[in-house]
Design a protein. Structure first.
Length: 114
C-alpha cells in the first residue's frame, strides 16, 4: 500500500515536497515513480527512480523537480521547485515491480495559483 502526502495550494514560483510511504516491502528491483493527472487530461509520467538512484524526468519538469527515495524507509519524495500553473494536477506515486505488476497510491492534489 502506498500513501502519498504533501500536496496543497501554492503560488506560482513556490515549492512543495511530496512524500510517498510504502507500507510493504520495496524490492531492489522495484522502480518507484510519480505520475500526475490534470483535470481532463491523461495521466503522465513525472519522474521515476530505481534503487540505485538512477532517475528519469519528463521534459516539462527537468531542472525544477527532484525525485529521491529512501530504501531503508521505503519512502519516496518529489521536491518541486519553481512551480508553474501547468503543474496543477493530482499527483500519484507508483511502484513498478518487474515483470508486470504496478501498484498505485491515492493521489495528492497540487494546485498552483497565479
Amino acid at each position: 500500500q502506498l500513501q502519498a502526502s504533501g500536496g496543497g495550494l501554492v503560488q506560482a514560483g513556490g515549492s512543495l515536497r511530496l512524500s510517498c510511504a510504502a507500507s510493504g516491502s520495496i524490492f531492489s528491483s522495484d522502480i518507484m515513480g510519480w505520475y500526475r493527472q490534470a483535470l481532463g487530461k491523461q495521466r503522465e509520467l513525472v519522474a521515476v527512480i530505481n534503487s540505485s538512484g538512477n532517475t528519469n524526468y519528463a521534459d516539462s519538469v527537468k531542472s525544477r523537480f527532484t525525485i529521491s527515495r529512501d530504501n531503508a524507509k521505503t519512502t519516496m519524495y518529489l521536491q518541486m521547485n519553481s512551480l508553474k500553473l501547468d503543474d496543477t494536477a493530482a499527483y500519484y506515486c507508483s511502484v513498478y515491480r518487474p515483470p508486470m505488476n504496478t501498484y498505485w497510491g491515492q493521489g495528492t492534489q497540487v494546485t498552483v495559483s497565479s
